[in-house]
Design a protein around this ligand. Structure first.
Ligand SMILES: Cc1cc2nc3c(=O)[nH]c(=O)nc-3n(C[C@H](O)[C@H](O)[C@H](O)COP(=O)(O)O)c2cc1C
Length: 170
């Protein structure tokens, strides 16, 4: 798909049917995450693929926002392997993991796989529940699957500010 179509077609899917995402498509999506840039090329991300009933139940305990997706990606990063920016106030962890997550989300759209980015959960509680190590912080969850019949973008999907409101040439 043309990149502009991927960006236009993607929307946050909030109702999935039971169709699973096949391994080949999932691998293509994960590969796009692997190729994401990270500060100093540290690659501190780790992506967990959740498909088992046991772990999907943990996602459902953490958030009401799985919407029936058969696959959930957990994007985490190693807090001990981030690049601290000059000034010492910020580091690359959240940014790097966000870029990885964005690659995953757009690659899913390119593969015809619907998705929704989730942050409505307590990342520390979920990390503990999934047995992640102390040094790993969860950035976000990505629901993956196929939209149920009749599901589609919410009304706010087409409500974006004009470029003139968000861009200034200075
Ligand atoms: C950082 C971020 C966090 C989000 N968290 C959630 C969430 O926890 N639950 C949810 O249903 N949607 C979540 N969304 C989806 C947004 O609600 C959605 O992207 C936004 O309303 C625009 O709709 P669209 O993606 O269909 O264009 C999140 C999106 C982003 C970018």
């Amino acid at each position: 798909m043309e990149f502009s179509d991927v960006v236009k077609n993607r929307y946050s899917c909030k109702k999935y049917d039971t169709r699973k995402v096949d391994r080949a498509r999932l691998n293509t999506i994960l590969e796009a995450g692997r190729l994401a840039p990270t500060a100093k090329n540290l690659q501190e991300q780790h992506v967990y693929v959740i498909e088992s009933e046991e772990n999907l139940a943990k996602i459902d305990k953490a958030t009401p926002c799985r919407y029936g997706a058969p696959t959930v990606l957990v994007v985490a990063f190693d807090k001990n392997n981030v690049f601290t920016y000059p000034g010492g106030k910020r580091d690359s962890g959240i940014e790097d993991a966000s870029i990885v997550a964005t690659h995953l989300m757009l690659a899913a759209a390119n593969e015809g796989v619907d998705s929704c980015w989730l942050n409505f959960f307590d990342p520390d509680e979920l990390a503990k529940d999934l047995g992640l190590s102390e040094n790993e912080e969860i950035l976000m969850l990505l629901d993956l699957g196929y939209a149920a019949e009749g599901a589609g973008p919410l009304d706010n999907h087409n409500s974006r500010k004009e470029l003139s409101e968000t861009v200034t040439y200075i």
